[in-house]
Structures are given as C-alpha cells and as structure tokens.
Design a protein around this ligand. Structure first.
Ligand code: PLP
Length: 402
C-alpha cells in the first residue's frame, strides 16, 4: 500500500542534505497529495471567480464548488446541516471566532470556562483575551503522569458558573485521545457547552459530531492533507443563531444602510469578506482522498507505525516518552537524557529527518512535565517502518556525539 500512496506525495521523494527526506512533522502540517495540488491549479486555470456575488457562469461554477465543499465537510464530520459549517482560516481562527462571538452570547463576568493542561495555545489564549474583555474565569483541568485528562478532577471543577468546556480531542504533544462522548455527557449534565479542538483527530480518525455530542468543533485543513488557510468551525445551529457576527464586511450582510444593517443567514453571518473558495474546494478533495483510502485503513496503518516507533524508541537508553495512555494517536514526544531537544532536532535535520522540537505551542504542558521543550515525531498515512528505522538509527548516531 505504501509505495503507491507515497507516489501521490511528490515532495516525499526528495533528498535533504544528501539524505532521503524523512518527514516526521505531520502534526504541524501534512504533505499534500497530487489531487489536492492539482485541484488548486485546475481551479485557478478554469473556474476562478469570486463566489456568491456574480450572476455570470464562472462565479456560479465557483460558488457551486465552494458550497459543495461545505456539504463535503458536513458529511465528513456528520453535522446535521451544511449551514452549521463555518469556513475559517484554521483551528486558531475557529476558536477565536467562538471565544469572541460565543463569548459575547454565552459568557458574562464571573462565568467559568474549563480547559485542560494539555491544550495548544490556540485553545488557551483566545479565552484569556475574553477574560480581559469580560472578566470570565479560566479553570485548567489537570492531567495524569501518563498524560490522560484527570476525569475526577474534571468532575470537581464544575460549578453553577461553568458555561463552557473547551478541550482538544487529541493532544498535539502527548497524542492522548480524550473521551469526548463521556465528557459531553458530564458537560451537558451541568448545563454547559462543549467545544472540541479536533485539529489533531480529524487527520487520523473518524470524527462524528453527533456521536461525540459536542456543541462546537474546529479543525484545520492543512493538517488533514488539505491546503493552508482553510479550516472549519462546526456549531449547532441553535447556538450559532444566538451568536453575533465575528467580523463585519461583505458576504455577512442581508441589507446595509447607514442607520441599520441586518445580517445574512447561517453560515454566511460568520464569513465576512471573500472566502478561501479555492481552499475549501481543495479541502474537499483532501477529504475525498482520505475517504477513498478509508479512514479505518489509515487509522490501522498509523496504529502499526506508532506501536512500532514506540517499541523501537523505548530501546534507546535515556529516552523518555511523554504521553503513555493506551488510546494514543500518531505522535510521540520524547526527550533523551543529556541531549537538548533543539540539538537533537538540528542534528537529525542534517541527516534528512524532520522532527519538531520546542514547546509545541503548549507551554503549560511543558511546565506540567517539568521541561522547557521536547522532541516530537508525528506520523501520517504515508509514514513507513523504514522511516522509523532511519529515525532510530539517526538518534543512535547523535547519541554517540554526546
Ligand atoms: N489545536 C491543536 C491541538 C493543534 O495541534 C494546532 C496546531 O498545531 C492548533 C490547534 C492550531 O492549528 P492552526 O495553526 O492550523 O490554526
């Protein structure tokens, strides 16, 4: 399966510093299959016109593609209606939209938002900005030494002031998969809302918003084989209806006068300005690519790779893996005694191996584990065992230098 799949990703066949590229930074962004790159080129060659505005042929074609992409996303995450799919620039903008607009609609001074110690900064800072504006209270839920959400501590954090819980589905560092369905029941029993950051789950496993029972969900196209600059905020219709617009401008209005402006219906109320209609179409092509391979097939392959990498890395003396829960996604964060992760990343790079090092936009998590940074190898549907062997061999070479 791998050779034909790898042929779909021309970037993977290049050499870096005279070594075959081993790309293990997929949690930061995935590479794009030919079909996605070609869809972008084709649209600019044949179907480029601004959407929703023109009566002319090209504009209608572009609009049809854009709206078909919305429907494609709806099906992919099993939302009820296409109008519940708001296109954004990515997860970060989706959470900022929610914190700004949802913050306006649902949160007042003294109301509480629960996040967790394993959140990406994009699920922390927007809530801090809201705290500055409205005086909300942010309560971080602790995690265990294995990197699991501490469910008992979570249960204790709820008070009558809890309005929203905003958690990642999968941690971008630990790979931990949070039990969203169970959390949704807990959240709703307290009359609060649940927002899920699915940036690291959508690329790897089936995400079904109805089955999960979440109220909001966000993800980024570029982490799921799609282009940069496009992402999604899903929200339940009844909630999106209550939220004021996020930005003002074209597309999001019904009528404008100097005295009074009325807003467009969902989802356009949240999509001011020309949307990334080329990106939305390319995202739909990326989702097609994943479904054509089969989400279960992708998940099974990544499971094998992650287990293999965990086993091989564990044999390296002094190597500590962070995040050791049973249900874990295709990412391994680690440190090696006596080697700074930045040195490790830099030296591996010279051997053609791309990993990520640093705080991974999760400084509170680094603090939780008492470290400034970690090295992180993250996998995708095209990662091979041979690449894991190259990683392990290269780490062994680096270790000998210290
Ligand atoms: N949330 C998680 C869990 C992530 O891993 C990332 C990116 O690494 C983000 C949010 C932010 O995604 P983006 O930069 O695409 O907006």
């Amino acid at each position: 399966m791998n050779e034909t799949i790898r042929a779909d990703f021309p970037i993977l066949s290049q050499q870096v510093y005279g070594h075959p590229l081993v790309y293990l930074d997929n949690a930061a962004t995935t590479q794009k299959p030919r079909s996605v790159v070609e869809a972008i080129a084709q649209q600019y060659y044949t179907t480029n016109a601004n959407v929703h505005r023109g009566v002319h042929y090209l504009s209608q074609q572009a609009t049809d593609l854009h709206e078909a992409a919305r429907e494609r996303v709806r099906r992919f995450i099993n939302a009820n209606k296409a109008s519940e799919i708001v296109f954004t620039r990515g997860t970060t903008e989706a959470i900022n939209l929610l914190a700004t607009s949802g913050g306006e609609a649902f949160l007042n001074e003294g109301d509480e938002v629960i996040v967790s110690e394993m959140e990406h900064h994009s699920n922390i800072v927007p809530w801090q900005l809201l705290r500055q504006r409205k005086g909300i209270v942010i309560k971080p839920c602790p995690i265990t030494d294995q990197g699991a959400l501490d469910m008992e501590a979570l249960a204790r954090l709820f008070t009558p002031r809890t309005r929203l819980v905003s958690l990642c589905h999968v941690s971008n560092v630990l790979g931990t998969v949070n039990p969203i369905r169970q959390i949704a029941e807990m959240v709703h029993a307290h009359g609060a809302l649940l927002a899920v950051d699915a940036a690291q789950s959508v690329p790897h496993r089936r995400v079904d918003v109805q089955e999960m029972g979440c109220d909001f969900l966000s993800f980024s196209g570029h982490k799921a084989y799609g282009p940069t600059g496009i992402g999604v905020l899903y929200g339940r219709e009844a909630l999106l209806e209550q939220m004021p617009p996020y930005q003002g401008g074209g597309e999001m209005i019904a009528r404008v006068s100097f005295e009074k402006t009325t807003y467009a219906q969902l989802p356009y109320k949240f999509e001011a300005g020309t949307p990334d209609y080329v990106g939305s179409h390319a995202l739909a092509v990326a989702l097609d690519y994943m479904e054509n391979l089969g989400l279960e097939t992708i998940a099974a392959h990544e499971r094998t790779i992650t287990d293999y990498a965990t086993a091989r890395l564990s044999t390296i003396p002094g190597l500590r893996i962070y995040g050791t829960t049973a249900d874990k996604e295709a990412v391994i964060a680690f440190n090696i005694e006596g080697i700074h992760p930045l040195d490790l990343g830099t030296l591996l790079d010279r051997l053609g191996i791309a990993i990520r090092t640093g705080h991974h936009c999760a400084e509170p998590l680094m603090k939780r584990f008492g470290t400034e940074g970690m090295a992180r190898a993250s996998f995708a549907l095209y990662t091979t065992r041979a690449e894991i062997d190259q990683l392990v061999g290269a780490i062994e070479r680096v270790r000998k230098m210290f």
